[in-house]
Write a protein that binds this ligand. Structure first.
Ligand code: ZN
Length: 99
């Protein structure tokens, strides 16, 4: 499996790293900089460090490269108008990694 660094990634101070994987086939999806302990409902584009999906290309949705399930759909956040991916609640697992 190829891992693509996100060219738009910004370092988020005070964040910890989460590994997001597919709930259906356990395939690695992305490493994400999460702020706070709230449930993970979206991935801000600029906080994604790297992923198994090439984010240098515009994506309307994120599909698991392993099984093709839809993991998330792209949208603009209302509050701060940032590019983000809204996660499908049953489609992913999260695991905290060092950081
Ligand atoms: Zn999958």
């Amino acid at each position: 499996m190829d891992i693509y660094p996100n060219p738009d990634c910004r370092r988020i101070r005070g964040s910890h790293l989460l590994e997001v994987s597919c709930a259906h086939c356990q395939c690695f999806i992305a490493t994400y900089q999460k702020l706070g302990e709230s449930p993970l409902v979206k991935l801000y584009h600029e906080r994604i460090v790297e992923g198994s999906i090439d984010l240098s290309q515009p994506r309307g949705a994120l599909f698991c490269p392993g099984c093709g399930e839809r993991i998330a759909t792209r949208y603009l956040t209302k509050m701060d108008h940032k590019e983000a991916y809204r996660l499908v609640p049953s489609a992913f697992h999260r695991r905290r990694v060092r950081g």
